[in-house]
Design a protein around this ligand. Structure first.
Ligand code: PGA
Length: 229
């Protein structure tokens, strides 16, 4: 059965020491609590992936790692870029086309398409962020519906709107795609989104930075309507 996906997007936060403290904090909070119905994906800055990779592999089998972006190029003279082939050693997932990348780095739908292709070529699962239905272009991806008015604002969309949008994505791309909701998700409201029929999980920014609150979100025992087990 499909597990509920909880994706933490750390954005541009945490040094190595802070990331280690976060892992310690989360381990302490979660303890041996069963998160069996959920898969938790931590998307950290790329530079932190090696250290997180060691900690999670040893301590938490229900954790996976993700990157927040990937190069649209295979390899070569692209200073500063990190390729899918490089990320593959550490991650299973890659966030692609986040609204902050579209806004601050001029990322286009064409860029997103190339990045998705790189992910698929190297066996990584892209999590494509979309704020409008026209951006749902790929078909072998997980989608995250992230309305611009909800990202980083503390003002989430309604679960009903999220459900409606998820239905539209599925109607356009295919009934088997998984759709997440993201935008001001926290431990209190996460359940209202994942209990919607077509929502398979959540993408969590701000509320993933505090290990205590994030542990509460992860262990709240919810499961998506499609992912009973
Ligand atoms: P937020 O961010 O939870 O802080 O709104 C979500 C995201 O940007 O993916």
């Amino acid at each position: 059965m499909e597990k509920t996906l909880i994706v933490a997007n750390w954005k541009e936060n945490f040094t190595t020491a802070e990331a280690k403290r976060w892992v310690e904090g989360l381990n302490k909070e979660l303890g041996i609590r069963n998160c069996g119905k959920t898969e938790i994906v931590v998307c950290s800055p790329s530079v932190l992936l090696p250290v997180l990779h060691s900690s999670f592999i040893i301590h938490n089998s229900f954790f996976r790692l993700g990157a927040q972006d990937v190069s649209k190029f295979e390899e070569g003279q692209y200073t500063g870029e990190v390729s899918a082939k490089m990320l593959k050693d550490f991650v299973d997932y890659v966030i692609v086309g986040h609204s902050e990348r579209r806004e601050h780095f001029g990322e286009t739908d064409e860029d997103v398409k190339l990045k998705v292709e790189q992910c698929l070529k190297h066996g990584l699962t892209p999590i494509v962020c979309v704020s409008k239905i026209e951006q749902a272009l790929a078909d072998k991806a997980i989608f995250a519906y992230e309305p611009l008015s909800a990202v980083g604002t503390g003002e989430p969309d309604t679960p009903e709107n999220a459900q409606k949008f998820a239905q539209e994505i599925k109607a356009k791309v295919g009934q088997d795609v998984r759709v997440l909701y993201g935008g001001s998700v926290n431990a209190e409201n996460a359940k209202s989104f994942v209990s919607q029929l077509d929502i398979s999980g959540v993408l969590v920014g701000q509320a993933s930075l505090d290990p205590k609150g994030f542990a509460r979100l992860c262990s709240s025992g919810f499961q998506s309507a499609t992912g009973a087990n």
